[in-house]
Design a protein around this ligand. Structure first.
Ligand SMILES: Cc1cc2nc3c(=O)[nH]c(=O)nc-3n(C[C@H](O)[C@H](O)[C@H](O)COP(=O)(O)O)c2cc1C
Length: 291
């Protein structure tokens, strides 16, 4: 009988620079949920690694190597993709002046210029348009919302694979949704073709161990995991406890507020969307209509 393929040995989960919580006394799952009683009875090196994710907003100047970039993109390309359409591209920006201009467009977030690498993830249906043009074939399905959504979904799956990969290499990152504040200007700055749009950015680099941040507690499983059918009443039962856990996390890191208040403020109205309330028109103008 064959012994099967050799096991792939993963490096020890996340480097210590990423984690400040006392992991010796609380399991990775306990830290993830802000609740020391939570223990996973099934786990793996990959899961332990994912449980330790946190966004990094302060970076050391050490560059990200070409080899690291190639590995991260290979991991991104390994994500599932609708009908193998692979409707995404990624632009690797390292030029300090370009990063400065992109930061200016994306709510002036300073980590975009500080990070040695800024990856801009693009929902890209232009490749398919070029394919159709070269072959003299129609591409009428792309005028529907479904196609734009498909591009965005493919892009997000690829990017999240990239995040898991870069964290396994000891790098850190933070997503930047603010690239959607000015989609047209972003497209000009990056030379994006029609039928494509920057969905989010990802500032990447070596985490500065001095950053005051940690693993941020997530909603308990009672809120997100339903059995057979959706149960709104049960899902909301533990929200007050979660509010307390997130408020404690925020207090420990110089922030204020609990989850409920922050979410209600974030979603209160169009004024809270930083210009993204016009996104549908912007997409239409970029050749991504949503009929
Ligand atoms: C699509 C997307 C866009 C985001 N945009 C921003 C952003 O513009 N600025 C920022 O500081 N964080 C941004 N974030 C990071 C979230 O704030 C962060 O993931 C969330 O607060 C949870 O924290 P954690 O990643 O440390 O667990 C974004 C995250 C996602 C998934």
């Amino acid at each position: 009988m064959s012994a099967g393929p050799a096991p792939i040995l993963l490096p020890e989960a996340t480097p210590s620079a990423m984690i400040r919580t006392d992991a010796a006394t609380t399991s990775a799952a306990g830290i993830r949920y802000g609740d020391p009683d939570v223990v996973l009875r099934a786990t793996s090196p990959v899961i332990e690694h994912q449980l330790r994710h946190r966004s990094v907003r302060e970076f050391l100047p050490t560059p990200v190597t070409e080899e690291e970039l190639r590995a991260v993109v290979a991991a991104a390309s390994s994500a599932s993709t609708s009908s193998n359409l692979q409707a995404w591209s990624v632009i690797a920006v390292t030029d300090p002046e370009r990063k400065r201009r992109l930061s200016h467009l994306a709510a002036r977030q300073k980590f975009i210029t500080q990070a040695p690498l800024f990856l801009v993830w693009v929902a890209d249906l232009d490749r398919h348009h070029r394919l159709a043009e070269r072959n003299g074939r129609p591409l009428d399905a792309t005028v529907y919302l479904e196609s734009t959504l498909l591009g965005v979904i493919d892009t997000a799956l690829a990017a999240q694979n990239a995040v898991v990969a870069l964290e396994s290499l000891g790098l850190g990152s933070v997503f930047v949704g603010a690239v959607r504040n000015h989609p047209a200007q972003f497209a000009v700055e990056l030379g994006l073709p029609p039928h494509s749009v920057a969905v989010f950015g990802l500032a990447v680099g070596h985490p500065d161990p001095a950053e005051d941040a940690d693993v941020k507690p997530r909603l308990p499983q009672s809120a997100v995991l339903h059995r057979e059918t959706y149960d709104a009443g049960r899902a909301d039962t533990d929200l007050p406890a979660y509010d307390e856990r997130l408020a404690a996390y925020n207090r420990a890191h110089g922030l204020t507020g609990a989850w409920t208040e922050r979410i209600l403020r974030r979603l209160a109205g169009a004024a809270d969307l930083a210009g993204r309330d016009t996104l549908r028109d912007s997409l239409e103008r970029r050749g991504l209509p949503s009929r």
